[in-house]
Design a protein around this ligand. Sequence first.
Ligand code: ARG
Length: 563
Amino acid sequence: MEYRKVIIDQLYQALEETLTTDEIAGLLEIPKNSDHGDVAFPCFVLAKQFRQAPQKIAEELASKIKDPSIDAVKAIGPYVNFSLNRDIFAELVFLEMLEKGHAYGDWEIGEGRHVPIDMSSPNIAKPMSMGHLRSTVIGNAIANLMAKTGYAPVKINHLGDWGTQFGKLIVAYKKWGSEEAVKADPISELLRLYVKFHEEAETNEELDEEGRHWFKELEDGNQEAHDLWEWFKNESLKEFNRVYHLLGIEFDSYHGEAFYNDKMSEVVDLLEEKGLLTNNRGADIVDLEKYGLNPALIRKSDGATLYITRDLAAAIYRKRTYDFAQSLYVVGNEQANHFRQLKAVLKEMGYDWSDDMHHIPFGLITLNGKKLSTRKGKVVLLEKVLGEAVSLAKDQIEAKNPDLANKEEVASAVGIGAVVFHDLKNDRLNNFDFSLAEVVQFEGETGPYVQYTHARAKSILRKAEKLTVGSKDIVLNDDYSWAVVRLLEKYPETVKLASEKFEPSVIAKYTIALAQAFNKYYANSRILEEDDALYARLQLVQHTASVLKDGLKLLGVKAPNEM
Ligand code: ARG
């Protein structure tokens, strides 16, 4: 940060205020070829004003600039190129990090305003899917990023606890289920019933009708239906909470779809008042042709409400409750159209704050190349996957460090961390195939690799406690440490970018780059030597450890001190 200010000030003066400091800041580049220096200023924009070739301007500017923190200023073609003084640069970066401590990389952009984040939101009576796992970990990381940039995130689990599927489930339970079977293994049994319903419905057309009937009963407050629903919901929540506990993720609200049951009539009334509802064969719809979208179906001919009706009520409720700066929905890309419709209906209602609602989509996970489908019973049980990841991590620890004290705890941090990191390391819209063996590797671009690098840095610092540190001058001018220092300096900017783009992968990729740069430095230098530069080297190690830890924490991944 600081070094940019120096360069900007120098250019500002040399240009005799032709450009503002902000304009200069916007023009600075990082040269692709590192032999050309660390920062470059292109002179094209000045050519007109100065009536001179940009090459000439670059030369003139270069000759005017002098500062102790800049080692060399050279004109290379139309660019002024700056080589920074590495020691001074490192000293400035370290000073800032020491001063800010854990707050290094924090921003105050959000001014404490609320950002509800709709995340995880699995469906009751079904196993939590890989897609819900993605929503959970991406949503959690985005919540951490929002907090780090000064917002007040509100993590909302918009449980899928209402809808026609409950009518179907009630029918299936009454036909083929039993209390004992559900009690013995709730989610598997409910899934079996759900799958059976869909199989039977292929040949028996009356089943769907019965399902709709029972959902209507549920909506109208039929006691039997309500009790079954509540029971299924409680059993499901128990299972979901086990997964959340493993992931170490908590929610601020569990208001799911059912919570909006008594809030939908207001929405329908409002739509009616504003003349937005049209009747289409008994059903109420909102026409969205001017948005290039299909009409939104708000109420069926039997009076039953829909997914989008509940989302309308939820959006309005969230605006009233949180007066949000932004309202985020971390939901698979396959629901993109739903969120377009949702925003369009709100816009039609005159709610301009719908512009602050953002669908944050993500890609699909396949398993061994195949799509997963709950309807067909093709599911992965997340608890099992997470358990297997932990046991694979444990094998690795046994092989590498059998004497480690708290093996169980570390194995869980590494196994779970591996799954989470793997999910977050690619652009969220990418689809990917899940292979457990690949996820838990200690080498390559994995969570365990970053965790291992953090633990290595911590172990160096423990060994250093016995040494005597002499001079506190910062002397670091080899290429390996320089690469690390430059990355450390980039952390705050990286946090800001990740938060603006709602893209945790920016942080994951950064931690990999920092871990790689640090490991190169480690392989090429003797850190624990009692000489004049020991303090500087230890500073580098300490700051690397703390940024790796903070980056992992943003992702929702733990950083054990030893592994
Ligand atoms: N329960 C839905 C599903 O599993 C996701 C809900 C997303 N959130 C929302 N407000 N629509 O597909």
